[in-house]
Design a protein around this ligand. Structure first.
Ligand SMILES: *Cc1c(COP(=O)(O)O)cnc(C)c1O
Length: 346
């Protein structure tokens, strides 16, 4: 095979959901965030595995993603849409029974006029200044909105992956001030907030990255493995260079393996000359620049030529690679390329 194999462990995904579900009391519902094609892993397969594990509520970013998800999971699960009800979304929301988290007075008006009686949630802004109604807007429409029976009132934390950040308590207080006494289920926390403890759980938590084995959920099982097939090997002499711009020079006789995967597959060029690939548990340095379709690796120290080298595996998680590439695990996962052959196990 000439393309890399992205192995996705649906059993580990389900185990991560179950483990996150146990971190809150039984009264708290644990939803699953599967936006961006389940963080790049394939929403149909991921959502069906999560459903089998017990997930009853999903969230996506946009109505279009909700349509794809509905087709994969059938009529029963509840599907929330973070971006709310945008112009042009009405048919998708109505036909696919999606639940928009309404973010503004415009969206509330649009939803109530276009789909009277249809389910909805409300998103409040508690300081992140990204999505949701601000306190004054909420005050103005609260009575009207509550009369229409929202499914959920939610907000989102800006700094929940830093437990000691004062913003967490500030947003918690703002959320309480806006919603205490309101008899509607409430949700504040994604993965980070869930880990902050019960004060942050309210009625529903909505982890995303933790399901996929990423920071800040450090006890998660690895879900992805990326195996890059070795296409060719060659021996180079001291003084010879490898790859574009001659950015690596051999100082001893070296054996170089060229593997299939590159920046067109979402592998950032920032890991050039920095990351390693693994032959089982043996690290092999990536040498030279990551190019569009190919990566070159120093395998001089191996006593055999491997069929493939792993860029992501138990020894190098998406978070590890993110650190090397100056990004975050979320971006590594959601950049995983369309060319990979996806193999689902578990
Ligand atoms: C992406 C997102 C989540 C999930 O966040 P993680 O950090 O991946 O757990 C939850 N809520 C909202 C509003 C989001 O945008």
């Amino acid at each position: 095979m000439g393309t890399s194999v992205l192995q996705i462990d649906l059993g580990a995904l389900a185990d991560n959901w179950r483990a996150l579900d146990k971190l809150s009391s039984e009264a708290v519902e644990t939803a699953a965030v599967v936006k961006a094609d389940a963080y790049g892993l394939g929403v149909a397969k991921a959502a069906r595995a999560l459903m089998k594990a017990g997930v009853k509520k999903f969230f996506v970013a946009a109505a279009e993603e909700g349509v794809t998800l509905r087709q994969a999971v059938g009529p029963t699960p509840w599907i929330g849409v973070f971006s709310g009800h945008m112009a042009g979304d009405t048919d998708m929301i109505g036909d696919m029974n999606l639940v928009p988290m309404l973010n503004s007075l415009d969206q509330i008006t649009r939803h109530f006029e276009a789909l009277p009686g249809a389910p909805f949630g409300i998103q409040l802004d508690t300081g992140m200044n990204r999505l949701g109604l601000e306190a004054a807007e909420w005050d103005a429409v609260k009575a009207l909105v509550l009369k229409a029976n929202p499914d959920l009132i939610m907000s989102h934390l800006a700094c929940s992956d830093e437990p000691d950040h004062p913003m967490n308590a500030q947003q918690l207080a703002a959320f309480r001030a806006m919603t205490d006494g309101v008899r509607v289920p409430r949700a504040l926390s994604a993965t980070g907030g869930l880990l902050l403890g019960p004060d942050y759980h309210f009625d529903l938590v909505r982890p995303g990255i933790g399901l996929y084995g990423g920071f800040p959920y450090e006890d998660g099982k690895p879900v992805v493995k990326l195996e890059c097939p070795v296409i060719q090997t060659r021996d180079v002499m001291p003084g010879e260079t490898v790859g574009y711009s001659n950015s690596w020079t051999a100082d001893v006789p070296s054996r170089i393996a060229t593997v299939s995967a590159g920046y067109a597959d979402g592998i950032t060029r920032l890991i050039s000359n920095k990351a390693v690939l693994f032959d089982g548990s043996i690290p092999c340095p990536l040498v030279g620049r990551v190019s569009m379709d190919l990566i070159t690796v120093d395998i001089t120290h191996l006593d055999h030529v491997p069929h493939a080298l792993d860029l992501l595996c138990a020894h190098q998680t998406p978070d590890d690679l993110a650190t090397i590439g100056q990004t975050i695990g979320y971006e590594i996962l959601t950049s995983l390329g369309a060319r990979y052959h996806r193999r689902y196990i578990g």
